[in-house]
Write a new protein. Structure first.
Ligand code: ZN
Length: 319
């Protein structure tokens, strides 16, 4: 799933803290880059050395080839001609990451970000609890004094950090809660969402609230996952989810709009009503997403007032 890949890439880039050559990325990561939009910045790495485009293992010094082009002198492969995009790399916009994490945790905006050095930031306070972002757990194990610098009397501390391979059990003493970046946050709608443990419906094997269960819909119809939408799983409002759930329940059979709205427990005249995007929200993925899903999934014969969802049919075969 692309949103999952996108978030994994964010975590990997943040943990590494350096640009990554496009040539060294998997096709899934290249796709993830485009869905991440402004979170990813193109860059050019080091003009003296470059990753060898042939083996993609060693760095070689860059020389001119005497004809206006460049070659990489790889220690293993020898001289390899460089194409223009061989030195192109991407990096994470870490300012984007910090600001979206602050929004996800509802950190008060008057509380600024403090750079504590060596890949540790104080993001601010969420419900009076200081929140730290750290590039690694190891960094904090090496200098636990950093907690004393931000501690608030009577409040716990939360630490956002990527997983560490050497981690066994809880990483910190009581009072310091670790939020594993890979698992407790997710990329969606162009931003970051904080995943509260225990909100997933029980009894269903679902590792994320948006895991598709009914076709592209999550178990509660509040999330839709579509390949055609580049911003990750689409989060619907309660009213939108009710309409999707009602249409889903008719299993692809054409239904009159009145019956659809009745089953969705709604006053509106047409199923599309809760999906309309207000002028001030035009172009915002979190508002356009549900409408995009509606347009892709719901078919209508307006003249007869009939609506249906082909995907809900037991005979649906994807194209
Ligand atoms: Zn090489």
């Amino acid at each position: 799933m692309s949103a999952h890949e996108a978030w994994s890439l964010v975590c990997r880039l943040f943990a590494g803290g350096t640009p990554v050559f496009r040539g060294a990325m998997s096709p899934a990561e290249i796709r993830a880059c485009s869905s991440l939009g402004p979170a990813i910045k193109p860059t050019v790495v080091n003009r003296t050395f470059t990753l060898c485009p042939y083996c993609q293992l060693r760095n070689g010094q860059i020389f001119g080839d005497g004809q206006g082009g460049q070659i990489c002198q790889c220690p293993d492969c020898g001289p390899i001609a460089l194409a223009a995009d061989d030195r192109s790399a991407v990096m994470l916009d870490e300012g984007w990451l910090r600001s979206k994490l602050r929004i996800a945790l509802e950190i008060e905006s008057r509380d600024g970000v403090t750079d504590l050095g060596d890949g540790v930031w104080r993001l601010g306070e969420a419900r009076r609890e200081p929140v730290l972002l750290s590039r690694s757990l190891t960094r904090l194990w090496a200098e636990p004094a950093v907690f004393d610098r931000i501690r608030v009397p009577g409040a716990g501390i939360r630490v956002i950090a990527p997983r560490a391979a050497q981690l066994r059990g809880a990483p910190f003493a009581t009072g310091i809660e670790w939020l594993a970046m890979e698992e407790r946050f997710a990329f969606y709608g162009g931003g970051i969402s904080f995943l509260q443990p225990g909100i997933q419906p029980t009894g269903i094997e679902s590792d994320s609230p948006w895991t598709p269960v009914h076709g592209p819909f999550s178990v509660d119809h509040k999330w839709v996952t579509l390949d055609s939408w580049p911003h990750g799983p689409i989060r619907c409002t309660d009213r939108q989810a009710e309409v999707f759930k009602a249409l889903w329940s008719f299993k692809g059979v054409e239904m009159h709009r009145d019956r659809v709205m009745q089953r969705a427990n709604q006053e509106g005249r047409k199923p599309i009503d809760p999906f309309k995007v207000k002028d001030r929200d035009k172009g915002k993925p979190e508002h356009e997403g549900p409408l995009h899903a509606y347009r892709e999934l719901v078919h209508a014969r307006q003249r007869d007032g009939l609506y249906w969802m082909p995907r809900a049919s037991p005979n649906f075969v994807s194209a």
